[in-house]
Design a protein around this ligand. Sequence first.
Ligand code: 5AD
Ligand code: SF4
Length: 438
Amino acid sequence: MSKVIYIETYGCQMNVADSETVLSIVQSENFGYTKDILKADVIILNTCSVRDNAEQKIWNRLDYLKGLKRKNKSLKIGIIGCMAQRIDRELLENQTVDFVAGPDSYRNLPELINETDIVPKVCNVEFNINETYSGINPIKTNENISGFISITRGCNNFCSYCVVPYTRGRERSRDCKGILNEVEYLKSVNCKEITLLGQNVNSYICETEKYPVNFPKLIELTAETIPESRIRFTTSHPKDLSDELIKVIADNKNICNHIHLPVQSGSNKILKLMNRKYTREWYLDRINTIKKIIPECGLSTDVFCGFSGETEEDFQQTLDLMEHVKFDSAFMFKYSVRQGTYAAKNLPDDVPEETKIDRLNRMIELQNKISLQNNKADIGKTFEVLIEGFSKRSDDMLFGRTQQNKVVVFFKKNVTKGEFVKVKITDASSATLKGIII
Ligand code: 5AD
Ligand code: SF4
């Protein structure tokens, strides 16, 4: 009988997309799939390494899985994704782990899994610069109305703190035709929102067509291919965010008015140490251009405190930038040293832990205040909302998102998941808008 696989995804949206690719690969080799961990013959954890606490979660999870293995002796456990690539040996030494596969070796997973019947520990963490998983239509694992498409893999930016270039290898763009085929596939399964994914989508380039296709062109082609659906993208590197892209977003109704633009720090000294290749002034100029060309654009960011050499003054520059830009939301972190990076080797982790925590709390407090102000300013306005499902709090309420990526809850009426509705905002907290369908 064929083995049944259960997969658990940690980390970024790229991993969500990768898990769908993995499922497609194993299903084409006749493996089964279950959403019930207790019914699985093989449990796969798709992991993240970006900060230490992401890895800690996996070690804890492995402790739990050890218990399942004790009860079911034939159960196999595999680790894939960034952590698999980064610390393959350490993982293989763990008695619970049977196989390890890096982000470029998923096509070999069926073989790898079968080998675990013969050999106790199996591993493939080879990089393959040509691997873009072209030709594989990811299997959607949930009934969500949205789908993800990876358009680039890997990263060449080598921000000094970041482990991604080491876990995902060099940047490569997928063939444009393959991406548009996947768009067609998502259209055929009634997908209402497509997110184009890459570590830096702005550096996408496909040179196999008659004319090179860059990211603005690709997103425009995507929007034209599936005109009744929304298009989103993430992540943009500020150094590569072009006016051309901003204009394409403004000109295409179904490309969402939302840009996620990780700033990381507001201090030029820190940005330089981070090897971000832009200045505070460059970043603010990009923001001004966005606000000028798309006045209704939602803005979000990633930012972290406590990087090597960050003084109170540098940190104040970050708060000042956040205050100035007024992001609608932000993912906020404290610096976590990643072995193998330039910073781990050359820049001391010299901000005390208490200071990191204190700064992170101040950052979160400021952002909550700004999010609340921004959301309150939406009261009275009407937004197009794509319904995603029932609100967690009540079966009488639905929730969805505006183009700006803000969550809105509202009384249900005669509408359902996957529909677009117009909602007038009547109330707001820092995290959510409340409204009524009009
Ligand atoms: N420590 C803390 N945060 C980090 N990020 C990436 N690497 C680190 C690190 N070593 C954050 C950045 C990035 C987001 C995905 O995670 O803000 O944009
Ligand atoms: Fe990491 Fe920088 Fe690449 Fe983003 S752009 S994945 S932060 S190295």
